[in-house]
Design a protein around this ligand. Structure first.
Ligand code: SAM
Length: 247
């Protein structure tokens, strides 16, 4: 098998054609406890990261957002809370969306949230459809990232903006030591105790280690066609926000 038929899946390599299904199965199994696990694993800090993401996005009352890999809807609900108009949540996993729909924010905005089950590598939308496209903790899970980014570029309107929130590379030594201990020991432990599946959270930790660093991701996003690509680190680079424009 040629090497380019393989891709990373946690700390092993699998056929590209298999990864998407493996990832989909993981999120199906963790979907019910997904929001609780996010709060426990990050000590609630993912809420601050998502708020910073929305701060930089700065939604306006005429904006239609596509939130790709939108899962249980945190970004979409926050976007509407901050004055955005409509959000389309696209995710490969119907169970993530199913559990998201139980949230009060989802119910509050039921007539302004659209949900679509699809693969981010093949978006079922016309060209030039959205003012904004976001992806929060999703790009890492997509098999062919460059294909997905080209799809994002295609569906954005000219003048539209793409934003990505994702784990990245820590640039402060003091944070790194604590973070490595936390992610390698406590996250799989919590995964086993709360969600009953240690393997899925081992995948999470390994997929973070293998994800491109801030500058590498910046050039991958630029290669998909985006202009003025920039990033901001949060929590010493534990996560980074990337932003790029379709001019
Ligand atoms: N965006 C949400 C958040 O920030 O809480 C959910 C992030 S969750 C870590 C990753 C999401 O990516 C899951 O809901 C999963 O189903 C979705 N996903 C994985 N692969 C995908 C793909 N190829 N296309 C679309 N969604 C995908």
């Amino acid at each position: 098998m040629a090497n380019d038929d393989l891709t990373d899946f946690g700390n092993v390599n699998v056929k590209k054609s298999e990864k998407t299904l493996l990832v989909k199965n993981i999120f199906e199994e963790v979907s019910e406890k997904y929001d609780l696990m996010n709060d426990l694993m990050s000590l609630g800090i993912h809420r601050i990261w998502k708020a910073s993401f929305l701060d930089w996005m700065a939604p306006r009352p005429n904006h239609h957002l596509l939130d790709l890999a939108g899962g249980t809807g945190d970004i979409g609900i926050n976007f509407l809370d901050r004055g955005g108009n409509i959000v389309t949540i696209a995710d490969i996993n119907p169970m993530m969306i199913f559990h998201g729909k139980k949230k009060s924010g989802f119910k509050k905005y039921f007539n302004r949230i659209r949900c679509i089950v699809c693969n981010g590598e093949k978006l079922p939308f016309d060209c030039n459809s959205f003012d904004l496209v976001s992806i929060s903790f999703g790009l890492r899970n997509i098999t062919n990232k460059s294909i997905a980014l080209k799809e994002v570029y295609r569906v954005l309107k000219p003048g539209g903006r793409f934003m990505c929130l994702e784990f990245s590379k820590v640039n402060l030594k003091i944070i790194d030591s604590f973070y490595q201990f936390w992610s390698s020991n406590l996250i799989p432990f919590l995964g086993e105790k709360i969600s009953g599946n240690r393997d899925h959270y081992d995948y999470l930790v390994e997929s973070i280690k293998r994800f491109p660093n801030q500058d590498e991701l910046l050039s991958i996003i630029s290669s998909a066609g985006f202009d003025s690509v920039r990033y901001r680190n949060l929590s010493g680079g534990i996560v980074a926000i990337h932003s790029g424009w379709k001019f």
